[in-house]
Design a protein around this ligand. Structure first.
Ligand SMILES: [Zn+2]
Length: 503
């Protein structure tokens, strides 16, 4: 392990990096998002918890960074006491997060300037009863989550991460996050000798029968099993006892005190820079932790210094949601009214005297939402998959996504305003529409825009290999997105004032 870790160690001082890119990248949580020790070697700002499961990595890491930056943690179940100039956040299910900074010149009825993104990515999740045996192998049964490129999960060194409910010594239930760093699982491909047709006919795994990770051979299990008799979970044979044992080792608790688990399968390979100029980021879950990261950093950095909110009339907000990959319809997804409930409470909280008629509705109409989700860069080997005049390239800035059929929420007005922000700060932007003969993806943009009626632009960083276990984007684009988002918070109030569409 130590050797592998050393080999994979990211070298931050490579001279090819442009200075400002280096500065941002030094805060960038990708190199494996939970490989704490490795991250700390090049970043003090981004020491991601090694207890962080993939599904909640965005919000867990965001929570840590926001707390460090002085944002006050709220609970949705408490009374809120908010003040202009204050900075706050809350989480829901540890996989959805809303953070906001209130302008010191805020008056009731003023708008919210929001960047929204999603925290989830396609992955494999353990079934409620995961233990299975085939021949002499111990297997772990999984469900597929989202539209993954599942062939990329074969022959990878995989591990487990997620949440565990542990019984406390006083009888209470403790919610714990867990991440096992060492490779525990593997989904082996079938040798070419046993399937000569695969290169011509394509690799078409059956997701129920071919995508089952193996975790051990029976021999090791039986010795463990006798050792671990009596575990609440293993006695029901829901999960292999040696799997439960690994969790109890990680959490330093007794195996009998593990009373419920929710685990995902995850990749163990750390993220890294790549390409001859170190210009690419090779990583899992760029979609959509890259956007989540840029949004949170931009909010923190635009409201960090004393006085940074002194001329602000609006409320700057980040909203990160779970379950986008499966349609957003969940209590922690963008389909839930989390963000609008928070907006309503903020407006009510700040209205000390009678706020006048329609304060909340006025606030919504003055608000603007940037829906940030990764975009498809043009693929050099599949150029014809893009419409020829709309081929986003790496390192050319945020991609503004348009779709006449409203798969994206961008309008002529919202794209204009968001591009004005970029223009003022000399940042590049690009345009994207899908070909008319192909289907178009979607984002949380239309869900939120239509939910309450908030002006929205859909945009994102160009990447390749979206939904692969290992994705690629350009390092420079992360920097550009961060600067564009920061500029949005700092200058949108003044730009928005110049255009009035409905009078
Ligand atoms: Zn996405």
């Amino acid at each position: 392990m130590a050797t592998i870790a050393r080999l994979q160690l990211f070298q931050p001082s490579t001279p090819i990096m442009k200075p400002h890119s280096h500065k941002l990248f030094s805060k960038f949580p990708y190199p494996n998002l939970y490989e704490t020790s490795r991250l700390r070697k090049f970043s003090t700002l981004c020491s991601v918890s090694d207890q962080t499961p993939p599904q909640s990595v965005g919000s867990t890491e965001a929570k840590r960074q926001l707390t460090a930056a002085g944002f006050q943690l709220l609970s949705e179940t408490d009374d809120w006491d908010l003040k202009p100039g204050g900075r706050y956040f809350f989480t829901r299910n540890m996989s959805c997060l809303v953070a906001f900074a209130i302008g010191e010149k805020y008056s009731v009825g003023n708008g919210f300037h929001v960047i929204a993104a999603h925290t989830d990515s396609p992955c494999l999740k353990l079934k409620p009863k995961s233990a299975s045996t085939k021949s002499s192998y111990l297997m772990v049964n999984v469900q597929t989550y989202g539209a993954g490129l599942w062939h990329t999960w074969f022959d990878r060194d995989l591990s487990l991460a997620g949440r565990v409910i542990v019984r406390g010594s006083d009888g209470s239930f403790l919610h714990k996050l867990v991440k096992v760093k060492r490779p525990l699982l593997r989904v082996p491909t079938l040798a070419i000798h046993l399937d000569r047709t695969v290169n011509n006919d394509g690799f078409k795994p059956n997701l129920e029968t071919h995508l089952v990770p193996l975790i051990a051979t029976k021999l090791e299990d039986s010795s463990q099993e006798s050792k671990e008799k009596g575990s609440a979970l293993s006695s029901k044979a829901a999960h292999h006892p040696l799997l439960t044992q690994i969790l109890s080792d990680e959490l330093s608790c007794h195996i009998d005190d593990i009373i419920s688990i929710e685990l995902n399968v995850c990749d163990t390979q750390p993220s890294c820079l790549g390409g001859v100029n170190n210009e690419f980021i090779f990583s899992g879950r760029l979609d959509n932790l890259a956007s989540s990261y840029c949004a949170v950093r931009a909010l923190m950095d635009s409201s960090e210094t004393p006085g940074s909110l002194s001329n602000e009339h609006a409320i700057r907000m980040v909203a990160l949601f779970d379950n986008e990959e499966v349609g957003s319809n969940s209590v922690q997804g963008a389909g839930a009214p989390t963000m609008f409930q928070a907006m309503r409470r903020i407006v009510d909280c700040l209205a000390h005297e009678p706020a006048g008629e329609g304060a909340y509705q006025r606030a919504i109409r003055q608000s603007f939402l940037v829906s940030a989700d990764m975009a498809h860069g043009v693929h050099p080997n599949y150029m014809d998959k893009h419409e020829e005049h709309h081929r986003p390239e790496l390192h050319k800035g945020l991609v503004i996504k348009h779709n006449a059929n409203q798969r994206y929420a961008t309008s002529g007005v919202t794209s204009f305003l968001f591009k004005e922000v970029a223009k003022l700060h000399n940042l590049p932007t690009q345009e994207f529409v899908v070909r008319n003969d192909m289907g178009c993806g979607s984002t949380i943009g239309p869900i939120i825009a239509s939910g309450v009626g908030i002006r929205t632009v859909d945009c994102g960083i160009a990447q390749l290999s979206m939904h692969s276990i290992r994705e690629i984007c350009g390092k420079e684009d992360v920097d550009i997105a961060y600067n564009h988002f920061k500029a949005f918070y700092q200058t949108f109030s003044s730009i928005d004032r110049k255009l009035n569409v409905d009078t």
